[in-house]
Design a protein around this ligand. Structure first.
Ligand SMILES: NC(=O)C1=CN([C@@H]2O[C@H](COP(=O)(O)OP(=O)(O)OC[C@H]3O[C@@H](n4cnc5c(N)ncnc54)[C@H](OP(=O)(O)O)[C@@H]3O)[C@@H](O)[C@H]2O)[C@@H](O)CC1
Ligand SMILES: Nc1ncnc2c1ncn2[C@@H]1O[C@H](COP(=O)(O)OP(=O)(O)O)[C@@H](O)[C@H]1O
Length: 277
């Protein structure tokens, strides 16, 4: 595992420690991640996620989608690989260590079916944005298929759609109940980000900045979680570490920060976490 997660006695997430890869590493050893694209003209969100996943240290990141969407990505990315999606998801082979679905995916039956197919693969998975909202009418269908290496990353709007029975007045309790109910790790976004695991673990990230409130910021966060899962972090630790790293991006970025600029700040954030010992 590349990162050591640190959480204080008061459940506050602290600066993680980044361990440099061993000299003998190779890109597959660092972890391969898959990010699902949105349809044509909705590809930006998944691209932000993929850039974050690669920069946070996954050895390879592949954007998977329909041909017309990949043409848009091809005009924008170089290090990130592109593959056409196949109905059986054979793309998720033994070497793939994590996947992300939801940013820009569209709220639809098609997205729901893609989520359920992906969950059957058992790969560590981040479900964000439209992958959550697509289950608004039948959340139990999602909960019945989740496993404990899944991270759900709702903002409060998405949370209320997926967990209408849970009161958001106390966000700690809300996140804890949502993790229990769903059986997945829940990362509840906001000025304070709460991370809850189905086994009762709970942590909060307070190290952040309101400059993070900008379109696509959550897509970057989801990509960070996916990139950390690819490197072997558990779902709970990946969510906690990503929340802290994202907060540091916001603090370093400050005024004028946009989601496009966020992946470019990740190397600075990582350098400050690097174990020099
Ligand atoms: N560059 C790109 O390509 C980008 C693409 N993106 C993609 O766009 C898609 C839609 O995602 P989305 O998050 O914009 O809208 P969605 O969740 O459908 O509804 C929003 C409604 O929810 C409510 N709401 C309540 N609390 C809230 C909160 N804390 N934060 C935010 N909203 C909150 C609020 O309702 P209100 O409270 O105002 O009644 C609001 O009107 C998705 O696929 C995403 O990946 C974006 O990531 C941007 C960059
Ligand atoms: N006031 C704030 N202070 C700190 N972080 C914030 C604040 N508002 C939003 N954020 C962070 O910005 C991100 C916004 O994500 P999200 O709402 O999903 O946006 P998008 O869908 O545009 O990517 C989340 O990680 C959230 O925690």
């Amino acid at each position: 595992m590349s990162f050591r997660c640190k959480i204080s006695d008061k459940r506050v997430i602290e600066r993680p420690v980044l361990l440099a890869p061993p000299a003998s590493t190779h890109k597959y050893a660092r972890g391969s991640a898959i990010v699902f694209s949105g349809p044509p003209l909705r590809t930006g969100a998944s691209r932000l996620s993929a850039q974050a996943a690669l920069t946070v240290g996954a050895g390879l990141v592949t954007i998977v989608g329909e041909y017309e969407a990949l043409k848009e990505h091809a005009a924008q990315v170089t290090a990130i690989m592109l593959r056409e999606v196949d109905p059986d998801l054979a793309i998720i082979d033994d070497r793939v260590r994590s996947a992300l679905l939801g940013p820009g995916a569209g709220i639809s039956t098609r997205t729901k079916e893609a989520v359920l197919r992906l969950l059957q693969k058992g790969v560590p998975l981040v479900l964000d944005a439209d992958a959550l909202t697509s289950f608004e009418l039948q959340p139990s269908e999602l909960f019945g298929a989740l496993h404990d290496q899944v991270v759900l990353t709702p903002h409060e709007g998405e949370f209320a759609r997926l967990f209408p029975v849970i009161d958001l007045a106390d966000r700690f309790t809300a996140a804890r109940l949502a993790a229990e109910l769903s059986g997945a790790v829940v990362l509840l976004k906001g000025a304070e980000t709460i991370v809850a695991a189905p086994d009762g673990r709970l942590a909060v990230n307070t190290y952040a900045s309101p400059w993070l409130a900008t379109a696509g910021s959550g897509d970057v966060l989801a990509g960070l979680v996916c990139g950390l899962l690819a490197q072997g972090s558990s779902a709970f630790e990946a969510a906690c570490i990503a929340a802290w790293l994202h907060g540091d991006i916001g603090i370093r970025g400050g005024p004028g920060l946009t989601a496009d600029a966020m992946p470019g700040l990740i190397p600075l954030v990582l350098a400050a976490c690097l174990d020099k010992g």
